[in-house]
Write a protein that binds this ligand. Sequence first.
Ligand code: FES
Ligand code: MG
Length: 596
Amino acid sequence: MSEARPLRSRAWFDNPDNIDMTALYLERYLNFGLSLDELQSGRPIIGIAQSGSDLSPCNRHHLVLAERVREGIREMGGVVLEFPVHPIQETGKRPTAGLDRNLSYLGLVEVLYGYPLDGVVLTIGCDKTTPAALMAAATVNIPAIALSVGPMLNGWHKGERTGSGTIVWKARQQLAAGEIDKADFIRLVASSAPSTGYCNTMGTATTMNSLTEALGMSLPGSAAIPAPYRDRQECAYHSGKRIVEMVHEDLKPSDILTRDAFHNAIRVNSAIGGSTNAPIHLAAIARHAGVELPLTDWQEVGHDVPLLVNLQPAGEYLGEDFYRAGGVPAVVSQLMSAGLIHEDARTVNGRTIGDNCAHAVIEDEAVIRRLEQPLRPRAGFIVLSGNLFNSAIMKTSVISDEFRARYLSDSNDPDAFEGPVVVFDGPEDYHARIDDPSLGITARTLLFMRGAGPIGYPGAAEVVNMRPPAHLITQGITALPCIGDGRQSGTSGSPSILNASPEAAAGGMLALLRTGDHVRIDIGRGTANILVPDDEIAKRRDALEASGGYRYPPSQTPWQQIQRERVGQLETGAILEGAEAFQRIAQEQGIPRDNH
Ligand code: FES
Ligand code: MG
């Protein structure tokens, strides 16, 4: 092992040219029992970025796993400094957890850059904790390894698997149709969360943890291990050992987060049936890594990739099944057999993804299909554009046969549908009016949600998927086309058109849409257009501008206000915008100045 560059931590703890400050930096880190020998013997100082807490139950098990991480770091001669990162609990934080991703990112950048850390173990899990950590690691570019907390055990109710999140959408329909009462509703939903860990479905958490592995930022085979399994503890230990070696090898995020790695992740996302939040978060990570990754790559690189993983919401199974069937390496090896993986992409273990996954096998073909027998032949996202928005995405793997038969069966144009729209301004408006008969919602209606983007609903809310009115559900119509400028939970199986950019609050065309307008969606051509004459649109635009623009609720915290002033749109990752160098500023600046 050779040291490619001096350890950053020595600028704090062992700088013979500045003994005044060295003494100051040392004395307080000695005060809880560290020794001079540990801090001055050239051992790497390794941070554990602790994302678990009582406020973030999905990641809370990291408090336990960190003990094994410490043992691994110690065993390889590193010194551990564990610190908290801003909590982000997807199901707890209001108004959105999305709001906190960039805040957590900012906080982590300051810590990684401003403290004596040579490398870091990123403890990831719940939806936004993963991109926040990877964005920060990419920005500061010190050796970093991600450790997933792992999914919860499978949920069960009356002999059937209940998947977190996914069961909520089903239970809401049952409640709306009067099939269950409120107590049943809560029992059913709670059954899906039987242990520590994150969502056991292929929601945004399983997606982002799988894509972290596909990017090469976590150990091979690590993403799918359920949180309570002993293998998860072992993985924590190995991750701790490995980060010390990575520091000695100077293996940095910039060596791993290449364009090839992102394209591998996009293809894996299609094969696993990953979340529609993935394009947002991968765009955000790529921009902080300085990698070109336009949204159109998702369709060009990812659309023709088959769906192999049979997990809810697109399929039947849950996290434990995915792990037992072989997890991410089994999926990657299938994709490799069709030449769909850039095998030379490096990973945190120092080897390539091709080497890591070459011998991975599927252990259960009901859960992970072989490439020749996919669940669907093309499972990636399609990117739509038109006069309604610059871009929006649709997850084709969740289009049900029933939905396809109802909307995509016109023999003249089998990939297109059009109809009258009903427009809602935020979820409160939707909840208040969805069952109102005067809206005249039929099976041909398209539901629109606006005011739900990064500015309008700060952070962008997961509110675009809307259940049909109760009278349609009782007739067996469980999904209408939903379109909006917000996001959708990765645990939802609705074939919605999401992440529309620009949002209404940023002056997007959605702000001009009115209930009763007709909209045409053409999935084959990738277009979405409002069928209203241009002069009428111009009139509406003038009227909206004269009235002061699209209205949304005022900011409630300083951060909401700051983020609204700086945030970009979902298509470009919804990151804080600034001059180009702003995304990666810490890398250019070396070690910060002394503080006294
Ligand atoms: Fe945390 Fe789903 S709510 S992972
Ligand atoms: Mg969510």
